[in-house]
Design a protein around this ligand. Structure first.
Ligand code: AHN
Ligand code: ZN
Length: 330
């Protein structure tokens, strides 16, 4: 008897057993599909939120486009039913420039003690210093993937949180001034502290004294077609159990092609100050690609980081995984 025949026989047996015994026992020969508990993530709406941000142009601190996009994000999160706080600050860039920056904090279920923190950066890099054409190195970039994708996914998460509250409270933070780090053309060494200025500030001055969350998830570059999310090294160092939680959930949703079960390198990103200063175990879902020139998605810090990069399938995979993690949490 072939394996197929055994399977069919098993099916027939269970059908008979069901019809005469009125039993609801399921056929043991097929694996039960995972039943997701979260509402559907709408990739069309996430895509629209990415596109809207990009339409402002580069969102570099101290520019009108940056202010306009920040205002848009605040008003959208209010429209999606969040309690919104703006944390305005002046931070100092690597070259001494004072940056007028703001972190945007959108909270759901403020009465709840158990909370999950979701975050992404909303500013864009003032330089395209990894563009193949050196003439572009000092130009700002559109940041469709590097910036807008994570924010767009979290805006859609917020819209859904409004329609059905999960058991936990959720804080969504859009950090500013992440991407103003030392450029390759500057006469300075790479310096960790020159990046992530908004999250550094918040981690030392949280919007609520003694702010606590069970864990945090950062989304960075989560929109490119065929994205590969390896288990990022710093996330594994500080929060391996959260990495496993998220990657297992992605596996249950059949997203194993995107969420790869191997470790990638560690990156400088907004999860580091949150882990180090506030000790909230936080991970980074970030597109790592060892075959790309700089280890991230192919158009990283180039003029090509525009809407042509953005794939609704990738937004869906990331958004549904995050939603599922949130709605499973108690
Ligand atoms: C570096 O490793 C230099 N940056 C990773 C963090 C980043 C930059 N994310 C977006 N842009
Ligand atoms: Zn960047």
């Amino acid at each position: 008897m072939t394996i197929k025949n055994i399977f069919i026989t098993g099916m027939a047996f269970s059908l008979i057993a069901c019809s005469c015994g009125k039993t609801t026992t399921q056929n043991k020969t097929t694996a039960e599909p995972y039943q997701k508990v979260s509402p559907d993530f709408n990739a069309d709406s996430a895509y629209t939120y990415v596109d809207k941000q990009v339409a402002f142009g580069p969102r570099v601190p101290n520019t009108p486009e940056h202010i306009a996009c920040g205002d848009y994000l605040v008003s959208e999160m209010k429209r999606f039913g969040a309690e919104v706080q703006e944390q305005k600050m002046v931070v100092t860039a690597y070259d001494g420039t004072k940056l007028n920056a703001r972190n945007i904090i959108a909270s759901y279920g403020l009465d709840k003690k158990n909370r999950v923190l979701l975050f992404a950066h909303w500013d864009t890099r003032p330089y395209s210093d990894h563009d193949p054409d050196p003439a572009n190195h000092r130009k700002p970039l559109l940041g469709a993937n590097d910036g807008a994708s994570g924010v767009g996914v979290l805006m859609e998460v917020g819209r859904i949180l409004q329609s059905k509250a999960p058991e936990v409270g959720v804080d969504i933070i859009f950090f500013d001034a992440e991407d103003y780090g030392v450029p390759t053309f500057a006469d300075k060494n790479f310096n960790d502290d020159s990046w992530c200025l908004g999250s550094q500030y918040w981690s030392k001055n949280p919007h609520v004294p003694n702010y606590k969350a069970k864990f945090g998830i950062l989304l960075d570059m989560v929109g490119a077609e065929g994205a590969t999310f390896y288990k990022e090294g710093t996330s594994m160092h500080y929060a391996a159990n959260i990495v496993e939680k998220v990657w297992n959930t992605a596996g249950q949703l059949n997203y194993g092609k995107f969420f790869i079960g191997k470790e990638g390198g560690g990156v400088t990103d907004d999860h580091i100050p949150v882990n180090k200063n506030l000790r909230i175990p936080s991970i980074d879902i970030i597109h790592l690609d060892a075959s790309a020139d700089y280890g991230f998605f192919h158009s990283w810090h180039t003029q090509k980081d525009d809407m042509r990069n953005i794939s609704k399938e990738t937004l869906k995979v990331v958004g549904q995984t995050v939603l599922e993690v949130v709605y499973k949490e108690k």
